[in-house]
Design a protein around this ligand. Sequence first.
Ligand code: GDP
Ligand code: IMO
Ligand code: MG
Length: 423
Amino acid sequence: MAVDLLLGLQWGDEGKGKIVDVLTKNYDIIARFQGGPNAGHTLIFDGNKHVLHTIPSGIFHDSAMNLVGNGVVIDPVIFKKELDNLSKHNIDYKSKLLISRKAHLILPTHRLLDAASETSKGKAKIGSTLKGIGPTYMDKTGRNGMRVGDLELDSWKDKYKALTAKHIKMLDFFDVDIQYDLSELETEFCRAVDTLKELTFIDSEDYLNRAMKAGKSILAEGAQGSLLDIDFGTYPFVTSSNTTAAGACTGLGVAPNKIGEVFGIFKAYTTRVGSGPFPTELFDKDGETMGRIGHEFGATTGRPRRCGWLDLIALKYAVEVNGVTQLMMMKGDVLSGFDTIKVCTSYNYKGKEIKHLPYNIESQNVSVNYTEMKGWQADLTEMTSADQLPPNLNAYIDFIEKELEVPIKIVSVGPDRKQTIIR
Ligand code: GDP
Ligand code: IMO
Ligand code: MG
């Protein structure tokens, strides 16, 4: 069977965790393929809220196996905390969690380097989650990284010490004051590695290809969003991995001709956390309302998310880069109560009106043109079927489908697993 993908189409936090949890019943395997603990995926069901950072969002279902693929970067310390949280909820994770030997490890010094790099950038900082993502992927592509499979070697600590020593020297290049206690960090890291080693490490590309041949269904869970992709995002204000569809091939060892459905998930408006351009960003009461009603605070860092209207130019770009076959619209309930809803349908760029995402979308280069639509007042959060949705919301959905030329199959009307309408 083919591998289906679920990808965020904006700047992350679209609601991927919620929808993966909803879809898990249809799949045998849920696999993360890139990113690491910079992600924060929220799941709400049975009155409990869970935030996952590295562990796939299928972990709460008994029926599915969960795989952390080779493209993911793992911080054992954060991973251990995630496992401890699962234990608190009596989740027997050991029997349904597999880790690729080829996944790279985030060392404590990667986190320090991230902090030093960001501090040294001053106002030009990326707004990183400071989880060591950039430095770890740099070591991966620089061919210096440590991988999960290394932990099976008796000599892993030698490798750890050599890489750490190199990082400490690199820290000196940044003229900033970063406080740390190396031996404390090392003790915490080694303890977490012991916990990680209790899990099953596998050659995951072989596992997945055999699973496909055996007819198993697989859902790949993206992290971050297309506009944070290292190649196609708003560089340099991006993350350090390919968050788009191609990243699932390299991050799992799945060939492009084995990809099935590509589920593209987006919020009914737009948010961004961290620095970087955001053409439809609002600095007025409307933006404040979206943030307040939508509880727009980062699931990993707690930072307030910047909010703005839906940007169909950026969304169309993400649909094309990923080859999206079905759309899922999240948080429609947050827009209830607006008299007018605006949607960006073109940009002004170098004196011309354009309908594609240009190289440069900083506010000095781009301004936006909106199409205005009538809002809806009804509370959506109790609705359970598509025929209950208000006419003005249906008009909004129809308009988006026409512009993007892809059907919207799921409309999410609240954070709970149950608040999900299938069209
Ligand atoms: P992810 O990183 O893509 O998994 O998304 P996050 O978990 O970081 O952020 C999405 C936030 O929106 C979480 O707090 C979810 O509980 C919440 N959420 C998801 N879907 C909906 C929805 O349809 N309506 C509302 N109001 N909240 C939602
Ligand atoms: P999920 O999977 C939203 C943002 C950071 C920063 C930039 C680089 O929950 O959607 P990094 O830590 O990778 O060096 O940060 O990317 N960022 C995210 N924003 N959701 C995420 O993940 C993010 N992961 C990273 O805020 O702007
Ligand atoms: Mg998130």
